[in-house]
Design a binder for this molecule. Structure first.
Ligand code: URA
Length: 242
């Protein structure tokens, strides 16, 4: 007896059981408590489908990437500490809520991470943002720190580290080393990322188990050129130039 065909149009957050979804739309599982994958809603998969499509033009790529970045920032902010805070409403009632506690800053890994700065500013008005430039050393082929500009009081802040693609993890791991060398405790670093490779996510979780990684999706793997597959190509090129 054959299974009934899955309907071509499905509605609702649980739009299909995972077993009925195309494999590439089901995020790879990473079993580490500090790797947080966004809820896999139809919205998110539709946004990812737009930015993965090689025929998506630059304006749409920017628009749909920004929507995912916004989701990542909002989820990242859920990992910051809050304290109880009671206010009065205009109708004479008190409301026992919470408020954010602690200072934050963003740090973008240049150049692609800079694409995530606006999404952070949209959620956190006048947030301080630092930058780190890491490139491959021509002689050793290893990642090398070329430039950094970080808030002088960064050791007192929670840091939202921004880089859209976590491939091997080389640059992001070095960026975390830089932050730790400036006195930021590992547990106060949140790495926000659109698409991760399983290798990159596992490398990260093994080297820095206390850094929280918030990602929209964990893809299938890396190709021979260390591009994420199925991926979306070069994020920086598509956001800034194509
Ligand atoms: N950086 C990108 O922009 N894309 C990849 O697939 C990997 C790293």
């Amino acid at each position: 007896q054959t299974e009934p065909a899955a309907p071509s149009q499905c509605v609702g957050p649980e739009y299909r059981p995972n077993a009925q979804k195309p494999t590439a739309t089901v995020s790879t599982e990473v079993s580490h408590e500090n790797v947080h994958i966004l809820p896999q809603t139809p919205q998110l998969i539709a946004l990812l489908t737009m930015i993965r499509d090689k025929n998506t033009n630059r304006a749409d790529f920017i628009f749909y990437s920004n929507r995912i970045i916004r989701l990542l920032v909002e989820e990242g902010l859920n990992h910051l500490p809050v304290v109880e805070h009671t206010i009065s409403t205009p109708v004479g009632r008190t409301y026992s809520g919470v408020k954010f506690e602690g200072k934050i800053c963003g740090v973008s890994i240049m150049r692609a991470g800079e694409a995530m700065e606006q999404g952070l500013r949209d959620c956190c008005r006048s947030v301080r943002i630092g930058k780190i430039l890491i490139q491959r050393d021509e002689e050793t082929s290893k990642p090398k720190l070329f430039y950094d500009k970080l808030p002088e009081d960064i050791s007192d802040r929670w840091v939202l580290l921004l880089d859209p693609m976590l491939a091997t993890g080389g640059s992001a791991l070095m960026a975390v080393d830089v932050l730790i060398s400036r006195g930021v405790p590992e547990e106060r670093i949140l790495f926000l990322n659109l698409i991760a490779s399983p290798e990159g996510a596992v490398n990260f979780a093994q080297k820095f188990p206390k850094v929280r990684v918030v990602t929209a999706f964990v893809d299938m793997g890396l190709n021979e050129k260390n591009y994420i597959v199925p991926g979306l190509g070069d994020f920086g090129d598509r956001f800034y130039t194509m």
